[in-house]
Design a binder for this molecule. Sequence first.
Ligand SMILES: [Zn+2]
Length: 420
Amino acid sequence: MNKPAALPRASVLITGAAQVLTCAADAPDLVGCIPGGEVALAGDTVLAVGSPHELRQRVALDGARVVPAHGGIVLPGFVDSHTHLVFAGSRVAEYSGRLRGESAAALAARGVPSGIRGTARLVREAGRRQLEDEARERLAHMLACGTTTVEAKSGYGLSTAQEIRILEVQAALAASQPVRVVSTLLAAHEFPEGVPREEYLREIVEDIIPVVARQRLAVFNDVYCDEGYYTVTESRRVLEAGLQHGLKAKIHTDAYSHIGGAALAAELRVVSADHLNHASDRDLAALRDAGVTGVVMPALDFAVAHPKPTPARRMLDLGLAVALATDMCPGCWLEAMSFVIQLACRHYAFRPEEALRAATLGGARALDLHERIGSLEPGKQADIAIFDLPSYEDLAYRFGRARARTVLRAGEVVHEGAAP
Ligand SMILES: [Zn+2]
């Protein structure tokens, strides 16, 4: 009997790693660290993970294409679960004006595009080609930095036609780019200028949500529930309308006030509640009990010098599932998840293990995709990043080295960096 022939055959072998980090759900060390480990793939799927000896017991490797890890670390591709990917231009004039001490009124008097409405104006003036080209360039950077799944929200449209245009750009990118793009409708990001509140709310509920659901342009429906944005009652109306049309719920809440958004999130059992700077322990416990994932974005707090940083350590201590995300947007221009990990560890007291897990499996949970991606386990999609670092702790330690050496999406090498 020819024993190896009976073993499942690998098409790709990733070998020569200092560490393989599985980030498996049941890993006692949270990251499933296997020193000197290897990963075998069959097509687009992870076939086996383990030591070289274990792997040879379980799979046939003859004929497998070798992807060398060159003494680096092999981990699940990052899952960036909160971005505003598609927008036009930038708000560097607003950011630098604020760094120079200019007030919002002074910036407005100079005609500097500011805030969500400022970007919405730039989006309205931009052609579809421009929107797509600019977002594609950001996506390419994200991929080169090891991110294989990006959630992207609309929200700079603020009208039926513009919101749909943004979601169509996201669909075009999802179809043409190697990064997986997961679309979220965020028509309720802000209220458009010059339109009565109730009129726009009715447009969201009666026009935008039904059309987006019918055309399958989004998986999620999101709302900005905070003082100065959508009230709890309005947010409930928006999210319930989405749920009725089959759009899963997400919420931006408690970023700048404490108006009850977290309680609403727990009651509606949204997939993720994002920001949560002002959430109380009671809110966090309710979210935990409702199975909600809390999305923490340390770079946004950094970009706005937030006076009340997210209570992310409390979230972890209370047992809430946590995801780390970039919040890539014109107010927080960040493509690299490694910087998020660095901020989370230094400013939010994450352990490196907690940060890496939150940037992979946690992100997948925030997108309800944790059965398919976010960890390196047999049967899961082979979305993998290889970094030229000797240990996963170096992700938290070596600031600014953001680019991956090699990135695989669904078993295909989609990015290869130059050797150092
Ligand atoms: Zn956001």
